[in-house]
Design a protein around this ligand. Sequence first.
Ligand SMILES: *Cc1c(COP(=O)(O)O)cnc(C)c1O
Length: 401
Amino acid sequence: MSTIPKAYQRQVNNASTRLQVPFHRAPVGQEEVDAVSEVIRSGWLTMGPKTVEFETEFARYIGVKHAVAVSSCTAALHLALEAVGVRPGDEVLVPTTTFTATAEVVTYLGARPVLVDVEEKTLNLDPADAVRRTTPRTRAVIPVHFGGQPCEMARIHELSAELGLHVIEDAAHSLPATYHGANIGTLSELTAFSFYATKTLTTGEGGMVTTDNPGHAERIRIMRLHGIGRDAWRRYSATGSWYYQVLEAGFKYNMTDIQAALGLAQLRKCSGMRSQRRQIAMQYTAALEGLKELEAPTVRDDRESSWHLYVLRLRTDRLTITRDDFISALRQRGIGTSVHFIPLHLHPYYQNTFGYRAGDFPVAEKEYERCLSLPIYPDMTQEEIRRVIEVVSEVCEEHSV
Ligand SMILES: *Cc1c(COP(=O)(O)O)cnc(C)c1O
């Protein structure tokens, strides 16, 4: 018998049904539960054979020589910058429209993140602005494939070759995605992926670095686990030895076999899940692009997005409400949304430390003020997709000028 008062129960029920369509729901099921249970029963919980298997399968899936599993994309980006030798005093170009991790890692090495404006259509790093912000101290550029649609990589490689910059891709959104037919993860010196809970493949927390450069792969394998010589984890296995050597002051950035088992189960579904997200995106665009209050995402036909995000732009001149009010109106009718991203130069840390100010990156700012991200995940039901379309259309109609 429940001892919870009826009125309170009603409140709880209302609270849990209020969000009819959450912004995200991780597509994990029995396969993931079984895979993780198997690892727990095996008794080997941290980095070990499952991590090696995940790296091998991931490298094969992407079509790259080396994949090194780590604890997050933030760790992956840090290790990638360390591998190319970024040092105090160096500068690294980063788009202002990204998550703070992309720029924060630059400061780990005592270097300076130099923010760059984005292209209006794709919200990806604007190559022309990157060139303008380059100085003799610039060592690297970190393009972010915003929402999953790859950056203009041909132009970025061209300017990097001219200016002598390392290219490290932040592919946190773009698994899987292609540019001119090639998989993201095969194009540049180093690429960093995220397996955070909301990303297109999740291990709860986790990341991966891909590279065709054996020197970089070796360096990152050593630095992810305390700077200890290769395959240090094997020292606790039946065939391992107690002996090891510390070669560098490294980091504690390894993945665990629990995460890797989850990742292997997810990797098998990765392409299928992308098709499901693409289908949702096509449905949204078909239904919403006719509304004069909205702009659907721009799709470039020489590349394929992972469709991690579906970012709508509001034509605020044709609406009587702001983006924030639009989000509240959707929330009141049970639709969860988010905003990607608050440009880095508007945050106190980047302003106080590097002197950035509102107005410094006009495109990023203007687009930030009118963008919102709709729910898009593989197990959305047709009813949920239809409900999102219905509510967005209603809110537009009710607040049209
Ligand atoms: C999520 C995200 C990251 C950080 O990923 P973690 O795995 O959480 O460290 C980096 N860059 C972008 C663009 C992201 O969205």
